[in-house]
Design a protein around this ligand. Structure first.
Ligand code: SDX
Length: 429
């Protein structure tokens, strides 16, 4: 017998169905609430509201569990690679050899961008933030393929998937080259996904450039860890834009902008800037932890806290271990890592953080690794976007085929001026 809840309102009883998830989540189905009771719900930030039913990613915030299509993130980080994980998220299963070869071939052979796209970069002012560039240039792809934007044409969608996965690293690397006034480096099809990105970022026409395999491997693991995270702010943005049957390029462009915010994917850049501020102020970590606890002080410990994880973010654990390995293998002594470790140690013993269940999230250590890989700080959110792209694509596709598909259009509670009359200009004070 299916579970239900009873709502008593104005003396009447209403029975609402419970939807149960495959991992035990319970949801009250309120889709008929307004039609049956006249009531709507109020939930700023959707803290207790599910927007959809999804098969893609499962999080357990209390237990610190993250599964992509049922596979634990720890196993994917250890055994998989980003291209294979992208296929898993988008197509719902691990690829066999021929599926993987086909996917890899098409992602590799769409990595060049139309030569006219370079003119866009010349139109930007000097040193624009690469997130603004990436979103604008990804959005422009809808102009280059405007006769292939039918969201119900499977072949057109497949090509758009390959183009986005292939071209975002190129667009991102070009945004970096633009910011330092160096010529763009074309993609190299013989290189792996992350080797190709690093080559486009750091090679130049004056000398040979060899990609360090350790750096390419570490970057691949970081991309896997960022690949999806259920209905986070940017993924929900991609779904909302896609719910108007808007094309994939434009929906992803909107997702990049949403990810840029310092409360979301921009946090990895904000963490490094925060650690640098602490170092520049003399390294007194306790002083900054106290600032973060002061409700009258807007300062927050960037890289701490999470809407879902009320335990350690499993990605943060993997990234912290990776950071130590990278610094050891590259023989780096990073003072900001020492500050981060002190910050974590003090915060995790402090009642404020314990009571509010604030733990390091995915952004707390990732920036330290990107810094060690010589990636500039303002490119950190771009690395997050490259990682999150397969997740955005997977959710956009799931939405388009959802049996409960509806355009997203939340309600509101109006608290403004009640009905009043127009006052002619002469009669206004
Ligand atoms: C990502 O959703 C996802 O899955 C996101 C993400 C993904 O993979 O897509 O995991 C990636 O965005 C990680 C989060 C990166 N952002 C940051 O590190 C920025 C710092 N963290 C916060 O601003 C905050 O923790 C959020 C935005 C991450 C979560 O905000 P919530 O869920 O709305 O929680 P909240 O702001 O209501 O905080 C709850 C309490 C508040 O205190 P009270 O009002 O209850 O007294 O905790 C406090 C907050 O003031 N708090 C912090 C804090 N984070 C929350 N206090 C100090 N430092 C912090 N970092």
């Amino acid at each position: 017998m299916s579970k239900t809840v009873e709502l008593i309102y104005q003396g009447k009883s209403y029975t609402l169905p419970i939807i149960e998830g495959t991992c035990g989540e319970q949801a009250v189905d309120i889709s008929a609430l307004r039609n049956t009771t006249g009531l709507i719900t109020y939930d700023p930030g959707f803290v207790s509201t599910g927007s959809c039913q999804s098969d893609i990613t499962f999080l357990d915030g209390e237990k610190g569990i993250l599964l992509y299509r049922g596979i634990p993130i720890e196993q994917l980080a250890e055994h998989s690679n980003f291209i294979e994980t992208s296929f898993l998220l988008i197509h719902g299963h691990l690829p066999n050899q021929s599926e993987l070869d086909y996917f890899k071939h098409h992602v590799t052979h769409h990595s060049m961008v139309h030569e006219s796209i370079k003119n866009l970069y010349d139109g930007f002012p000097n040193n624009p933030h690469p997130m603004a560039v990436c979103s604008a240039v990804v959005g422009s792809l809808a102009t280059f393929y405007q006769d292939q934007l039918n969201v119900q044409n499977e072949r057109e969608i497949e090509i758009a998937i390959h183009r986005l996965l292939a071209k975002l690293p190129t667009i991102a690397a070009y945004s970096y080259k633009k910011s330092i006034g160096q010529p763009f480096s074309y993609p190299q099809n013989a290189l792996s996904y992350t080797e190709n990105f690093l080559h486009m970022m750091f090679s130049n026409p004056c000398e040979d450039y060899e990609v360090d395999p350790l750096v390419a491997k570490v970057l691949d693991i970081l991309l896997i860890l960022h690949a999806d995270h259920e209905q986070n702010c940017s993924t929900s943005t991609v779904r909302l834009v896609g719910s108007s049957r808007c094309n994939l390029y434009s929906s992803v462009s909107a997702g990049i902008y949403a990810l840029w915010g310092p409360l979301h994917g921009g946090a990895n850049q904000a963490v490094i800037e925060m650690l640098q501020t602490i170092q520049d102020a003399g390294g007194n970590v306790r002083q900054f932890v106290d600032k973060a606890k002061d409700n009258d002080d807007p300062f927050r410990l960037m890289g701490f806290g999470h809407r879902v994880y009320k335990n350690f973010d499993p990605r943060s654990k993997i990234i912290k271990k990776l950071a130590h390995e990278v610094f050891d293998k590259l023989g780096l002594n990073e003072p900001l890592l020492d500050i981060a470790l002190q910050l974590e140690e003090i915060a995790l013993k402090d009642d404020y953080f314990i009571s509010k269940k604030l733990y390091p999230n995915v952004d707390f250590y990732s920036g330290l690794i990107y810094k060690a890989l010589q990636i500039p700080v303002n490119m950190f959110p771009v690395m997050f976007a490259i990682g999150r792209l397969p997740g955005w694509i997977a959710h956009w596709i799931e939405l388009q085929g959802d049996k409960d598909f509806k355009i997203g259009r939340p309600r509101q509670i109006y608290q403004g001026q009640e009905k009043t009359d127009y006052t002619p200009l002469k009669k206004r004070k």
